[in-house]
Design a protein around this ligand. Structure first.
Ligand SMILES: Nc1ncnc2c1ncn2[C@@H]1O[C@H](COP(=O)(O)OP(=O)(O)OP(=O)(O)O)[C@@H](O)[C@H]1O
Length: 740
């Protein structure tokens, strides 16, 4: 069944839909929504129609059989069993050819051995190395002659023995003797690890050989340096055809980690002779997996070369905002959903890669829920969001100073709204509001007025970079800084109160998106960016070293990005992040979704604000918002102080390299330069830098004596360490703030 068919319309009553696509749960990154969790049936509960007791033992045996690690996987799964039978038939059919090859290889090996023996090669080489060939020449020649004679005598004896055998037992004996010799040659010629001279220099295309011959897979892991020379893999599930590719599950040798295979996916792809975009490597977790179990899938072709798939949301009559929104497909064609409620999303990419399309997809799921309220701020000021004006509670499209001020008013309104919601939640009884969090029922109850409210800001860098001064609680900030403060406050406090932030930016750099704001945006989606630093800014620190770098995506792959969903909602999910190609939703589809969203709201009586023609502007309590973020301002001050207190010697290094870190005109600084400039002792300096997360490396640099390989630090590593120190300072400050 296709993913599109899976999406079932939600009953008009607004109840939870039948969770049809949870059959794809393993494939979906989306964790079940809180509503799903509440409504999920408990497996162990006895039911009225429980089977009679005589079947229970059979069920128990079946449960043991399917869960026991001692039972091979092929005996548990019909598909795998079928595949194993097919493999056995193929092996049987191929066996004559395999045998013949082994005999030929054995013959070649035997002739080679005899040649080297008769020519006394080892003795000759030893003499050559000792430069005594001339002295030993006579001896070698005599030995060679002797060995030729032995060969001749042996040949005559074999011929004579053959004649006698032929005369005594007849021609049948020749067949038996020939068979025995061929078995001996086949044994000699069988493929063995490390057999010298057995492998052709050019092995030919490796792409699919590993599906037939697991040894090729083992060799690929060795070539990629993922396992050692003497180590091997254990096949958990043999290679089976899955979708447009091959899937295989292997166990790494003890102490080797699946995470390292994911990290070095590119090397493995090279060893398997496929583009890394074709190789999907995942850890197998849970009861059936462990830290060394790797599930691999290799696509036959570029999985993103096929035409894009349209969003399944087009076929639904309505959606539930609490359900993860269908977002796209991974390389294997599995549907990936994006949870939105109780989290917030940051999307980043260079222009024209599909950021707005991705943000619209997330918005579409919310749009089709009539109980959801939308604030849409389009700083791209184009036509992309125009259709949302018909359905949004607040809508703006522009990039002027007035638009930035309007956004500040919206955000201030939302700050007051969130504070009001928390106050009201405190007064609600435990049955209605068990925790200080909006529940699905609360969000749909008009009397509570706590609907899910999505704030979508496209090209968020425009307001964040605005430099006009504003007065906030007696302090003068730039409008951009204030927008950053308000967004950070909302991203931190808003999700539990039903506020969802979706921010898209063309400039995912440290200066544009404050680190405090990034730290509280739970889900990230990085389409193609310029380099790994930008990718890390969207996806999080060190993500490139874990194998997730969106700068490696191809520019032709529009709409393809790396999705790192909210940590909170990814429990039990296999991957930390996944490469997704978003569903395709061109403007006409988007307009249709918006029209439908409006119809739903009209029917439910939830059309408000701008869409209802009643955009009276936000009722802003500026001072309340300023007070709310005032504590954040204190925190920002703490951050500045902490910044000044970045641990030494990192602070001095950062000060010395301030310009270079800003402009990134050079990528590497030699240790000698730093120790000389700062006047510090090199060993203690190196140890302290290491403690602060900065590891030295070696690079070739031009010196007075020519190009030399010198020890030093990558500026990117220094920048990352400085930022990590600041982030931890920010968190410390926030903990203090929360405690107070
Ligand atoms: N999932 C997809 N599949 C195929 N093509 C896509 C997909 N998503 C986007 N595109 C293509 O990429 C183009 C650019 O998309 P979009 O306008 O969202 O980019 P953007 O990153 O927002 O650009 P900008 O930063 O310039 O606003 C679209 O015109 C569309 O044709």
């Amino acid at each position: 069944m296709s993913a599109e068919q899976d999406v079932r319309p939600i009953p008009e009553s607004g109840e939870e839909p039948v969770n049809g696509e949870t059959a794809e749960a393993g494939a979906s990154l989306a964790h079940r929504s809180p509503a799903d969790l509440v409504n999920a049936p408990v497996d162990d509960e006895p039911t009225a129609d429980a089977p009679p007791s005589r079947f229970r033992w059979a069920r128990r045996v079946w449960a043991w059989w399917t869960r026991s690690p001692r039972i091979p996987a092929v005996l548990k799964d019909r598909a795998q069993f079928g595949q194993a039978i097919k493999d056995a038939i193929v092996r049987l059919l191929r066996s004559p050819l395999v045998y013949l090859r082994a005999v030929v290889r054995g013959l070649v090996a035997a002739v080679r051995w005899w040649r080297s023996w008769v020519r006394v090669r080892d003795y000759r080489e030893a003499a050559e190395q000792a430069e005594k060939l001339a002295d030993k020449f006579r001896e070698i020649r005599e030995l060679t002659l002797f060995r030729w004679k032995v060969t001749g005598v042996a040949a005559v004896l074999v011929a004579a023995a053959g004649l006698v055998i032929g005369l005594v037992w007849g021609p049948g004996a020749f067949w038996i003797a020939g068979g025995l010799v061929s078995v001996a040659l086949a044994v000699l010629g069988r493929r063995k690890d490390g057999s010298p001279g057995r492998r052709p220099t050019l092995a030919g295309p490796r792409t699919l050989t590993w599906t037939m011959d697991p040894q090729v897979l083992v060799d690929a892991f060795r070539d990629a340096k993922l396992i050692g020379k003497d180590e091997t893999l254990r096949l958990v599930e043999r290679a089976v055809r899955q979708g447009d590719g091959w899937a295989v599950t292997v166990d790494l040798p003890a102490t080797r980690k699946a995470a390292d295979v994911i990290k070095n996916r590119e090397a493995l792809a090279s060893a398997l002779a496929v583009d890394e975009i074709q190789l999907v490597v995942e850890r197998v977790r849970g009861s059936g997996g462990h830290a060394g179990r790797v599930a691999m899938w290799v696509a036959d072709d570029d999985p993103y070369a096929a035409p894009p798939v349209r969003t399944p949301l087009l076929t639904v009559s309505r959606w539930d905002a609490w359900r993860p929104v269908p977002f796209g497909r991974d390389a294997r064609g599995r549907r990936i959903d994006l949870p939105l409620v109780w989290t917030s999303v940051l999307m980043g990419a260079i222009p024209r890669q599909g950021k707005t399309f991705a943000a619209r997809l997330a918005a579409a799921g919310l749009l089709l829920d009539p109980h959801t309220r939308l604030y849409v701020a389009d700083f791209k000021a184009g036509k992309d969001w125009e259709a949302a004006a018909k359905v949004a509670h607040r809508f703006m499209s522009g990039d002027d100073a007035d638009d930035v001020v309007a956004l500040i008013d919206w955000l201030a309104e939302l700050v007051a709204e969130v504070q009001g919601r928390y106050r009201r939640m405190r007064d609600l009884d435990d049955a209605t509001c068990p925790e200080s969090k909006v529940t699905p029922e609360m969000s749909r109850d008009p009397s509570l007025n706590m609907s899910i409210t999505a704030v979508i800001v496209d090209e968020v860098q425009v307001p964040l970079e605005h430099r006009e001064p504003v007065d906030v609680a007696g302090r003068t900030l730039t409008a951009g800084e204030y927008v950053g403060e308000l967004l950070t406050w909302l991203a931190k406090k808003g999700p539990a109160a039903g506020i969802v932030l979706i921010l898209a930016t063309q400039r995912p750099d440290t200066k544009t998106i404050p680190s405090g704001l990034r730290a509280v945006l739970g889900s990230r989606f990085a389409l193609r960016v310029m380099d790994w630093r930008d990718s890390n800014i969207v996806l999080g620190e060190q993500m490139n070293t874990r194998g997730y770098d969106s700068s490696r995506l191809l520019s032709s792959h529009k709409g393809v990005g790396i999705l790192r969903p909210d940590g909170e909602t990814q429990a039990g999910v296999d991957a930390l992040a996944v490469t997704v190609r978003t569903y395709y939703m061109p403007n006409e589809d988007w307009q249709a979704v918006c029209r439908h969203g409006r119809t739903l709201r009209e029917a439910a009586g939830t059309l408000t604000g701008h869409a209802a023609g009643r955009d009276t502007g936000p009722s802003v309590d500026r001072s309340a918002a300023a007070r709310a973020v005032g504590s954040r301002m204190a925190r920002a001050e703490a951050e500045r102080v902490q910044q000044a207190e970045t641990p030494e010697p990192l602070a001095s290094v950062a000060a010395y390299l301030a310009d270079d870190l800003d402009t990134r005109q050079r990528e590497f600084v030699p240790t000698a330069e730093l120790t000389a400039a700062l006047g510090v002792e090199p060993t203690a300096f190196g140890t302290r830098m290491r403690e602060l997360g900065c590891r030295p490396t070696r690079e070739r640099v031009a010196t007075a004596e020519g190009v030399r390989q010198v020890r030093g630090y990558l500026l990117a590593d220094i920048a990352a360490a400085v930022e990590a120190a600041r982030d931890s300072a920010v968190w410390d400050a926030e903990v203090i703030e929360d405690e107070s």
